[in-house]
Write a protein that binds this ligand. Structure first.
Ligand code: NAI
Ligand code: MG
Length: 502
């Protein structure tokens, strides 16, 4: 059964059948904040059966470089809901980030991070901030495909896919609709990355048109994040690619004054994982002073997700009331705002004592179990397009520094009608007609195309065998070919960027 189906259970069924959840207590402050949170859930009447799993440091140090064993995988895949305290990734080579492994292996495509402020009870410059960042969680520069190609040049592949983008953008609009939000802002850098971020922007526009009830806008990520930091109250839901989302969600949490307070959800088609956004805080571990609020807020999202929204609201309202009453852990304690500096366990006691109450001034939480289950992401349907090979970029390792020299040498090589069109170095055209100020590395991108009836614009179709012939000649000519990228058109649309100045 998928998570989405699970949430559709009727309340009566939910009462009878406990929802099983895989729980990892984590490392550092993990066990302290997890114990506090589970006590609150128990007292609030959450209808959950826990299956405890071992993840993280202990696993790593026992020689498991992934930080997770088969037993934990089985429990996660059977239960489909994971509640996870932060774990410590040991420093040093060979240890893989378990968070990245979990997200990618389980297809947790959406990272949902709500950031709210609780002024005047918790200090922040932004009293009216209430932003949800929806970050694509699997693609982009996090594909982990990196290569060193020459003495001087290192490369990381940025992969943006149409199915991945459609999924995350649709999720953002569905989320906005389900949670009564008014606007979705897309943040990208498509003025520079016209093909990858350009796709993200285009898909955003396509899908936004299907949601006329929700406002939509796009901003370039640099000015977008600056505006988010200056006026977060102008944002509602933000959807963005993996790396940008990683950065702006930390900015949002930090300016909200509440890194210890935010929870996050990692949502997949089958599995969902809920956790605090902070790490295992080894500097304060074992002292009983950590703020369990991030994990409590993650638990609230989890309860809503598994169809127990009434319990979720009960916990959230008691938590809001506790914050209002001024029972604060050390990280948010302020003489002027707080009543008592409490330990992790005392904070949990206060939340339990306030169960059944609602906040007096902060807005009351009214979660709805139908919100999550109303989110439906259709399966991706690939449209068939006509793909035509029209050229090849050959990357050559050459330690000379005069583009004319390599350009003239390559101009003598032809494979059928395939011949050198231009050379770029770090993306800037240096041949023909480069300028002497351009700095050149040892990494030359040499574009070959059929220019026979060329008006210097149109690329003509070519055949793979011409590329093989070209590579043979380059090899025989003593050129050190690093790699090739084929140039394609899809339904007549160029599928590659032009060189700067091409
Ligand atoms: P961190 O978030 O653990 O700590 C940063 C600072 O915030 C520390 O001063 C810490 O004391 C404080 N802090 C964090 N959570 C708090 C809380 N609930 N209450 C009070 N203060 C809190 O980040 P750091 O130090 O960079 O990472 C520590 C370890 O956590 C590393 O091994 C890292 O890999 C891991 N980590 C794990 C994550 C996860 O499991 N999702 C996420 C981020 C980091
Ligand atoms: Mg991060």
């Amino acid at each position: 059964m998928s998570v989405l189906e699970l949430t559709k259970e009727s309340p009566r069924n939910a009462e009878m059948v406990k929802t099983k959840v895989a729980v990892a207590k984590g490392d550092g402050i993990g066990p302290e904040i997890m114990d506090a949170t589970l006590r609150i859930l128990e007292a609030a009447g959450a209808n959950i059966e826990y299956e405890f799993i071992e993840l993280g440091e202990k696993m790593y140090l026992s020689g498991n470089t992934a930080g997770i064993d088969q037993k934990a995988w089985d429990a996660i895949r059977t239960n489909k809901v994971v509640f996870k305290a932060p774990i410590t990734t040991p420093q040093g080579k060979g240890y893989k980030s378990l968070n990245v492994t979990l997200r990618k292996s389980l297809g947790l495509f959406a990272n949902v991070r709500p950031v709210e402020t609780y002024t005047p009870y918790v200090k922040s410059h932004f009293p009216n901030m209430d932003v949800v960042i929806i970050r694509e969680n699997e693609e982009d520069l996090y594909a982990g495909i990196e290569h060193r190609q020459t003495q001087d040049v290192y490369q990381c592949l940025k992969l943006i896919t149409r199915p991945g983008t459609e999924r995350i953008v649709r999720y953002a609009f569905e989320y906005a609709r389900a949670y009564g939000r008014k606007k979705v802002t897309c943040m990208i850098k498509d003025n520079i990355m016209k093909i990858t971020d350009g796709l993200f922007h285009r898909v955003f526009d396509e899908i936004a048109a299907e949601y006329p009830d929700i406002k939509s806008e796009s901003q370039i990520i640099d000015i977008g994040s600056a505006r988010l930091a200056a006026n977060p109250e102008n944002y509602d839901v933000i959807v963005t690619a993996n790396l940008y989302g990683d950065i702006i969600s930390d900015i949002a949490a930090e300016i909200g004054g509440s890194v210890g307070m935010c929870g996050s959800a990692n949502i997949g088609k089958e599995v969902a994982m809920f956790e605090a956004i902070h790490g295992s805080a080894p500097d304060i571990a074992g002292q009983g002073i950590a703020n369990p609020s991030g994990l409590i807020n993650a638990a609230v999202s989890m309860l809503a997700h598994i169809g127990q929204a009434d319990i979720a609201s009960r916990v959230k309202n008691a938590w809001l009331r506790t914050i209002e009453e001024g029972y604060h852990t050390a990280d948010i304690f302020e003489e002027d705002f707080s009543k008592k500096r409490v330990s992790t366990a005392e904070f949990a006691d206060q939340v339990i004592a306030h169960l059944g109450e609602t906040p007096r001034h902060l807005s009351q939480s009214q979660l709805n179990s139908h919100s999550d289950s109303s989110i439906h992401i259709p399966d991706y349907k690939r449209k068939t397009q006509q793909k035509e090979l029209v050229g090849v970029d050959v990357f050559i390792d050459w330690s000379g520094d005069d583009p004319e020299q390599i350009g003239d040498a390559l101009s003598t090589i032809t494979a059928d009608r395939l011949r050198l069109k231009m050379i770029t170095n770090r993306g800037v055209k240096v041949y023909p007609n480069g300028i002497s100020e351009t700095y050149c590395t040892d990494h030359w991108r040499c574009r070959f195309a059929d220019l026979s009836d060329d008006q210097k614009k149109k690329y003509n179709p070519i055949k793979h065998i011409q590329i093989i012939d070209l590579l043979t000649q380059l090899h025989e000519g003593g050129f050190d070919v690093i790699k090739t990228e084929n140039l394609y058109e899809f339904d007549g649309h160029r599928g590659f960027s032009l060189g700067q100045g091409e």
